[in-house]
Structure formats: structure tokens, C-alpha cells
Ligand binder design. Sequence first.
Ligand SMILES: Cc1cc2nc3c(=O)[nH]c(=O)nc-3n(C[C@H](O)[C@H](O)[C@H](O)COP(=O)(O)OP(=O)(O)OC[C@H]3O[C@@H](n4cnc5c(N)ncnc54)[C@H](O)[C@@H]3O)c2cc1C
Length: 430
Amino acid sequence: MAWDFETDPEFQKKLDWIDEFVRFEVEPLDHVLGSPYDVKNPKNIKLVRPLQEKVKAQQLWACHLGPELGGQGYGQVKLALMNEILGRSHYGPTVFGCQAPDTGNAEILAHYGTAAQKEKYLRPLLDNEIVSCFSMTEPQGGADPLLFTTSAVKEGNEWVINGEKWFSSNAKYADFFIVMAVTDPKAPPYERMSMLIVPADTPGIDILRNVGYGAEGEGSHAYIRYTDVRVPLDHMLGKPGQAFVVAQVRLGGGRIHHAMRSLGEARKALDMMCERVISRSTQEGRLSEKQMVQEKIADSWIELEQFRLLVLRTAWMIDKHKDYRVVRKDIAAIKAAMPKVLHDVASRALHLHGSLGLSNEMPFMGQVISSYFLALADGPTEVHKVTVAKQILRNYRPSNELFPSYHLPRVREAAQEKYGDILDAIDDMI
Ligand SMILES: Cc1cc2nc3c(=O)[nH]c(=O)nc-3n(C[C@H](O)[C@H](O)[C@H](O)COP(=O)(O)OP(=O)(O)OC[C@H]3O[C@@H](n4cnc5c(N)ncnc54)[C@H](O)[C@@H]3O)c2cc1C
């Protein structure tokens, strides 16, 4: 058995190309364009498409997908290493054809879509001609899907959807929504809901507002009301009552990719922090010479590297087992750890830049907000920690004794029983 922390030289060459390309061609887009999801905006088309062509020419397009869907089938470790670089830029994932939530929605369509659904929705989605929206969370509760009430009732050849959804990201740019709705209220709790594809121009979809973060004006997280929204019966994804099973498909890989991208973002914060502290002087010395500043640099690096190893090991396990269920605990652990790493590193970077760091002339406030976003999107940290704990506890058995199995008097007695005779014999000899 071998432990190897090196990237193979051929793929390293690709990573070097990606690194240079993202730094010099892609990162500037973050400063001149609006949302990467605004794919029909003429400015996006003009600037983004040629870069996507360069990525395709390098055979690096949509690497989360297998070759049958136009991807490279690289596996999760390579994807993780790529995403770490793409995470430096908001446009990185879009330029490389692997932006969330389209990646997850594409995975659902690839797994459960009919030939007609794939042709109509998956193909243009993979080509980034259109983007999509996953519309699941409701205003009365997101972390507990059993609270959802949006319904889809069968009438003739159609499903008729009524209800409200909250924080449906990118709805305003999307060509279609994947909506989770109750189709059989009397079924067991996890079989009550189904997934439906809803074209964005279907009558009855009303975006009440596009919610933003903090003091931001209009954002991109839609509060949507669905009133008698009708879709043909064949717009269901999977079978009736399968919404939870279908939703699982989009979560595993997506979380790993998010983790590596946020690592890239946190590393960018560390890079900026390091440049600042070796450049700025105060009280007769560089900031970098103060031990409390050094501690912030060291803590940031240690946290980043610890997290990176956890993510890469999990990616490696997915490649090895090819089954997300085996790595459920590890993926949940990554999801729980990721916001804290980004939060702590970005906050230190902000703080070490003083007033400039807090200002809107630096990216740190945005990064801190991103850390809160990561702690909520795809479920709050607490829920993932519960998964980790439950999976760990499965490997333990209760002790039926009054004192625990590791109670020292008991352990000593057992040790004495095991080695006592030998030790007594030696005592007799000396
Ligand atoms: C940036 C962003 C993008 C999003 N995009 C989408 C999207 O595209 N589509 C979509 O459908 N949804 C989306 N969401 C919604 C997201 O899935 C929910 O925010 C998330 O599931 C939490 O639901 P909630 O916001 O209703 O919080 P609540 O369910 O009200 O939970 C609030 C808090 O209660 C605590 N809590 C909840 N459950 C537990 C528990 N079991 N144990 C202990 N504490 C608990 C946690 O502290 C949690 O943060 C997005 C959210 C964010 C922040």
C-alpha cells in the first residue's frame, strides 16, 4: 500500500495552465461583468464564450461529467485540485463549465431525465447556453424538508403546482426550475414529494422579489410564488414520491467541489494577508515581525492545509469506492468544516488590513459573507454535524457495566490477568 501526496506530472501541467489562465484571463471578468449566471447578456457572451472555447480546446470543459456527457471523467481528486484554482474567481466555474447549482441539476437530469428531457434541458445546460434553478426551500423552513407544503396535483395530463419557494438562487436568469412539491400528502413522510421540471416562462410563476445579502440591493435569491403553474405529466424527474432520492444525487459531488473552491478563496485571502504584513510597518517594525500577527498567518495556513487534506482524502475515497454512501460522514464533515475555515482566514485577513480591510475596496467582507452562505446553503452546519456524529457513533457499542469498559481499575485487572504470571515469575527470579 502506498501513500502518495504528489500530483502526476501530466496533470500538474494542466493545473499550471489552469492557474495561469484563471489569474490572467478569468479573474479580471469578476471586476467588469455582473453575474456569471447572466449567460444571455451580450457582454457575457462576448467575453466568456471565447474563454470557454479555450478551456474546451484544453479538454478541461465540464470535468465533473463523464465522457458520455461531454466531460473528461477525471474523478474527484483531479476535480478537487482544479476547483481549488477555480475558486479564486467567481467566473472560474462558469468558464470551465462546472458552476453550481447547474452541475447538481445536470447530475439529476443525467441520472433521472428521460431522453426528451435530456435533449431539451440537459444539452443546452451542459453547453452553458442556459442556466437552471433548484427551487426547494420554503419560507417556513429549509433545513427540514418535511415542512414543505408546495403541492403538485394531477389534473388531466398536467401537474398543477401551488405554493411558495424561498432563496431559489438564480431564478431570474434560469430557463427552467427543478421544483420539489408534495404529490401524495398521505404517503410516508419521505415519499410524499416529487421533483418537477418547470420551464421559467410557464404562466403562474411570480418572482415576488430577488433577495440579496446584508445591505445589498437586489440579489439573486428569489422568493417565488407558484399559482396554478401547469406542466405536462412527463415533466416529472424520477418517479412520483422520489424527490428525496433524486435530491441526493446532486449533493455529494457538489459539496466536495464547493469545499475546494472555498479553499481557493481562503488561500487568496491568505496570500493577500501575507503580502500586507510584509509590506506594512508600525511601531518600528513590519507587521510580519509581531508575534501575534505571525500567529494569525500560522493558524490560517495550518487550518487551510488540514482542511485541504480532509477534502482530498474524501475525494480519493469517492474515486476508490464510487459510492457516495460510503463517504457520507466525510462529505458531511467537509460541509461542516468549510465555512469556519473560510470565515476564520478571511476575518484575519480583513483585520490585518485594518480599516482598508473592512472597506468596500477590498474583498474580505464579501468573503466573510460567503462563509455564512456556505454554512447555510445545502443545509446548515448543525445538520451535517449530526450526520457526522451519528455515523461515528454507529461504530460503538454500549457498556452494560456500571463503570465504563475503559475504567482504569478494570483495565488494570485485565492487564494483571494477562501478564501477571509472567511478571510474578520475573519477580521470583530477582
Ligand atoms: C446563499 C444561499 C443559496 C441558497 N440557494 C438555494 C437554492 O438555490 N434553492 C433552494 O431551494 N434553497 C437554497 N438555499 C436555502 C438553503 O437550502 C437553506 O437556507 C437551508 O437549508 C437552511 O434553511 P433555512 O434558511 O430555512 O433555515 P432554518 O431551517 O430556519 O434553520 C435556521 C437555523 O436553525 C438551526 N437549525 C436548523 N435545523 C437544525 C437542526 N436539525 N439541529 C440544530 N440546529 C438546527 C441552524 O442554526 C440553522 O442555521 C440557499 C441558501 C443560501 C444561504
